[in-house]
Design a protein. Structure first.
Length: 192
């Protein structure tokens, strides 16, 4: 720990006696999960994992064709992500995972795999901005026409979920400062 009470990068979650935090960066497509997730991982000096890489070829093809995934489609993907989170938790390693995790049930499954070390960073933005970002993005399977389905599925963080919701259109530096402070206090308080 530093003299100011903030954890040195890669140290255990304060007050838990456990390994470094497992941070879930979540939000709809176009919210900046990958960009922010990589920056948070660098800040905390932990591994970054992109959840899109865990989708099956069939799921990617379905989304590319403009069809939203349902819970049955997402189940193997979510199980694979939970296995990756569990691996980091059991090894005492920190991790930043970027994935949509739009429903509370998905986050609960990842939280259970993390053994109490999951902290959520929800990136919030409006539909038009998300649609515009996705439409301008190249090299990604998610078409802009599926953005509405993501907003329909999105369940915002609830008060009992450790984490923070940030404006995905705000500056990255200010957001990272808030994340660092919030992650530093994670485990020392009972609320967000």
């Amino acid at each position: 720990m530093t003299g100011g009470g903030e954890p040195v990068r890669g140290e255990p979650v304060p007050g838990t006696g456990q390994g470094p935090p497992i941070v879930l960066v979540l939000g709809v497509s176009g919210s900046g999960k990958t960009t922010v997730g990589k920056a948070v991982a660098e800040l905390l000096e932990v591994t970054f994992v992109e959840g899109d890489g865990f989708h099956s070829a069939a799921d990617v093809a379905k989304m590319t064709a403009g069809h939203a995934l349902d819970d049955a489609d997402r189940e193997p993907w979510l199980r694979a992500l939970a296995d990756r989170v569990r691996h980091s938790a059991e090894a005492g390693e920190g991790l930043v995972l970027a994935c949509s995790a739009l429903k509370r049930a998905y986050r609960d499954e990842l939280r259970a795999a993390a053994g109490g070390r999951l902290w959520c960073l929800c990136l919030a933005l409006d539909r038009d901005t998300a649609r515009d970002r996705v439409a301008r993005r190249t090299g990604h399977f998610m078409p802009a026409r599926l953005v509405d389905s993501q907003f329909a599925t999105l369940e915002p963080l609830e008060p009992d979920e450790p984490g923070l919701t940030l404006d995905a259109t705000a500056g990255l530096a200010a957001g990272l400062a808030r994340v660092r402070a919030a992650v530093a206090s994670f485990g020392r308080s009972t609320g967000r």
